[in-house]
Design a protein around this ligand. Structure first.
Ligand SMILES: *[C@@H]1O[C@H](CO)[C@@H](O)[C@H](O)[C@H]1NC(C)=O
Ligand SMILES: *[C@@H]1O[C@H](CO)[C@@H](O)[C@H](O)[C@H]1NC(C)=O
Ligand SMILES: *[C@@H]1O[C@H](CO)[C@@H](O)[C@H](O)[C@H]1NC(C)=O
Ligand SMILES: [Cu+2]
Length: 163
């Protein structure tokens, strides 16, 4: 009888710990992978990325690649030297710093004509609101307080159980 509440507290604590510590692995484009005909604006729209998360780009090796570029390179689809280009077909990118990140496919005109380009905003690992920046999208502004509120709510329910 007495063990039931403590079990719930234990599970709730585990949930809190895993939601704040665990990192997410995102398959870019989901089943569509890194390919032509996938809208990566739509794919990224409702996702919130944090430092420690990883991106996985899946594609048939040789058909595409992954290049990290800056904002200008993203806008204008500038294909730079092959240094730093990922070509394995299962390219894993660890998001290690907060801020805007831009990726394009450097094969032929896939970026310009096929829209093979991905831009995301990576938030700091702490649940604190992101530092003010002009290009923080509306969805991240909403999503951060939501996660924050979720964690607060969990802590609240633990307190209720303990008392
Ligand atoms: C991708 O989807 C967005 C809306 O999520 C839309 O604004 C944009 O035009 C689409 N891009 C293409 C190339 O269809
Ligand atoms: C963006 O990258 C290009 C190379 O692709 C470089 O020439 C340019 O100076 C960079 N711009 C900024 C603002 O870093
Ligand atoms: C970058 O490319 C040059 C030649 O294009 C090569 O000599 C150099 O080793 C490459 N650097 C890395 C880190 O791959
Ligand atoms: Cu491509």
């Amino acid at each position: 009888m007495a063990s039931a509440p403590s079990t719930i507290v234990f599970i709730a604590t585990l949930i809190v710990l895993t939601t704040s510590i665990s990192s997410m692995e995102y398959i870019v484009g989901d089943e569509g992978g890194w390919n032509l005909k996938v809208n990566y604006t739509t794919w990224a729209k409702d996702k919130v990325f944090f430092v420690g998360d990883t991106l996985v780009f899946n594609y048939a090796p040789g058909t595409h690649n992954v290049m990290k570029v800056n904002g200008t390179g993203f806008q204008q689809c500038i294909v730079t030297s092959s240094n730093g280009t990922l070509t394995s077909g299962r390219d894993v990118i660890s998001l290690q710093t907060p801020g805007r990140k831009w990726y394009i496919c450097g094969v032929l005109k896939h970026c310009e004509l096929g829209n093979m380009k991905l831009v995301i905003t990576v938030l700091p690992q702490t649940m604190a609101p992101a530092p003010s920046s002009q290009d923080t999208s509306a969805s991240t502004k909403i999503a951060v307080p939501t996660i924050y509120g979720f964690v607060i709510a969990l802590f609240g329910s633990i307190l209720l159980l303990v008392v």
